[in-house]
Design a protein around this ligand. Structure first.
Ligand code: ADA
Length: 554
């Protein structure tokens, strides 16, 4: 499955899922499923290296081919019949390549994949989550004409109690001749058109500000979704291409200490969720995404943080359908200044932000853009990079607030930059301190260090527990202790009106890299999930179920 809805009725599109041939760097060959992680194969459990995937495809008649890769971990070089098509770094954002004038017949797609660490990879590093290898998300194969729709963006807004939207359609002309096409856009009973008069080998953006009189708002309780249908037509009405997006009418804003959705205050009762499952690694099938969603909603969660990277579009589609509010963030976890000064760091962050926003812009569920989890925000050099990334986000999207989860307590010099201040705090786990006392100190410091008057989110808190380890003395690492600490934290946070949300660290246990200090993690897992990596609930799961509903509903 590519998305949870059909994006095309006219454009020929298929998913290249199934078995691909994989040739490891040493020449050994495997039949691997795509999407998938190569670590699921018993001989590749710990393989960190390079390998090449091959897939034969058949083209019925001469056409242009558009290949879209939703996620390749972590670096891909794509070839079509041995001709280079596209290079991409980062497992967590999609990318595409175009091959023009492909003759009818059989062709071979080759994808060289690399999940090694080193200076070439500033974002995928040994970390408190695992960087797997392979084509972890869907691969899409499309046949397109010379003129096609490259992207559609939809930004809803309200004016005098009526819904409007700014719609932009980007059209590409791959041909060697100028083309003039009509662009038609429709949503329910509203249709509007524009003209794209295009030079050869060019692209054009057409935009509208359009009123939509008969629509219902999107929110957590009633996540109303609509199909935004765009198509390209010739002068005599022949449809050349189509592009369907699924959107929601909602506005996000801030007022005092609160995040507002459609003008109403919300309190985010969330989980941090890594894309990681048992033996499947980061290639989560829809079944797991739905199970995660059902479990998070069962305990009363209304929000999820895509720690620490952009998520699979199918999960974001599910959040749109279920009204699950999303803090999506760029790809970064715990980089001190030295790692932020890797020569590839800034460009790889910039590319990730650009791709994350371009590809996920239309999801109504995304209400916050985050950056740089626990990076060097206590340094002037780090501040420059934080500032640059916040500015990049605002240049691409002014409709959503920004934030960043800090752990530079009492030393962070960037709290004046984001719209919302967020901090990670493990009182009772890493520090044997009273949650309440430590929280008050943190909030006082935030107010004095640039965060005065801003909404605050406790972006991480929790404790570890080994699934199945029970102890009547409630010792550390027992399910009982984890449950006690989550209870103590939630009972403190629910009393603080300056908070507009909390995110438990974390929903499910996840694998970590057995390098650096992460190797000290029991089982080579981050064990702070309220469920384990197979979604088996720990005692804390029921504490969350008891307490989430008591958190401020306003
Ligand atoms: C940090 C980090 C998380 C995780 C957590 C932990 O806050 O943001 O990714 O590593 O600590 O479990 O210690």
């Amino acid at each position: 499955m590519i998305r949870l809805f059909d994006q095309h009725k006219i454009r020929r599109q298929k998913e290249l899922d199934g078995i691909w041939k994989f040739v490891k760097e040493d020449g050994s060959e495997y039949d691997l499923p795509v999407p998938g992680c190569w670590e699921q194969h018993p001989e590749l459990l710990t393989y960190r290296g390079k390998g090449t995937f091959y897939k034969k495809v058949y083209v019925r008649e001469k056409t242009n081919i558009r290949l879209e890769f939703k996620g390749v971990s972590h670096t891909a070089d794509v070839y079509f019949d041995d001709a280079f098509v596209v290079h991409h770094y980062n497992a967590f954002t999609g990318f595409c390549g175009i091959v023009k004038n492909v003759e009818a017949g059989e062709h071979v797609i080759k994808v060289e994949v690399d999940n090694t660490f080193g200076e070439h990879s500033a974002l995928h590093t040994p970390n408190d989550y695992y960087t797997y290898g392979g084509m972890i998300r869907p691969v899409v194969f499309e046949e397109i004409g010379d003129v096609y729709i490259q992207n559609v963006h939809f930004k809803p807004y309200k004016q005098v109690e009526k819904w409007f939207a700014e719609i932009t359609v980007t059209v590409e002309n791959l041909g060697e001749e100028a083309k003039n096409v009509e662009v038609e856009v429709s949503l329910e009973d509203v249709t509007f058109v524009g003209q794209a008069d295009m030079e050869a080998n060019s692209s054009k953006i057409i935009s509208w500000n359009q009123e939509f009189p008969n629509v219902k708002e999107w929110n957590s309780e009633t996540p109303n979704l609509y199909y935004l249908k765009s198509c390209l037509k010739t002068e005599n009405g022949k449809i050349l291409d189509d592009y369907i997006e699924r959107i929601g009418f909602r506005e996000v804003s801030l007022k005092g200490y609160r995040l507002l959705l459609n003008g109403k205050p919300v309190f985010l009762k969330g989980f941090n969720r890594h894309e990681d499952y048992g033996t499947l690694g980061s290639a989560l099938p829809l079944q797991v995404m739905v199970q995660d969603m059902d479990m998070m909603q069962e305990v009363g969660s209304n929000a999820v943080r895509t720690c620490h990277y952009p998520n699979d579009e199918r999960f974001l589609d599910l959040c749109d359908e279920r009204g699950m509010l999303v803090w999506e963030e760029n790809h970064a976890r715990g980089f001190g200044l030295e790692r932020m000064q890797n020569p590839n760091f800034e460009k790889q962050c910039e590319d990730c932000i650009a791709e994350m926003i371009a590809q996920h812009y239309n999801h109504p569920a995304i209400v916050i853009w985050g950056i740089l989890n626990e990076c060097a925000s206590e340094t002037p050099e780090g501040r420059e990079m934080y500032q640059k990334q916040y500015e990049q986000i605002k240049a691409l999207d002014t409709s959503r607030p920004t934030t960043s989860a800090t752990c530079r307590h009492f030393s962070d010099i960037c709290l004046d930059l984001p719209d919302i201040v967020s901090f990670n705090m493990y009182s009772g786990w890493y520090q044997d301190v009273s949650v309440k006392e430590r929280h008050e100190k943190e909030m006082d410091w935030i107010a004095s260090a640039g965060g005065e008057g801003k909404p605050v989110i406790v972006s991480e808190f929790g404790a570890a527990a080994i699934y199945g380890y029970r102890d009547r003395g409630r010792c550390k690492w027992s399910e009982e202790r984890q449950a006690d600490l989550i209870r103590e934290n939630l009972e403190v946070y629910r009393e603080d009106p300056r908070l507009t949300g909390v995110f438990i660290w974390q929903f499910a246990d996840c694998k970590v890299t057995e390098e650096e200090w992460f190797a000290t993690r029991a089982r080579c897992h981050n064990n702070k999930g309220v469920v384990d990596e197979y979604r088996r609930p720990k005692e804390a799961y029921d504490v969350v179920k008891e307490l989430f509903p008591t958190l401020m509903g306003v």
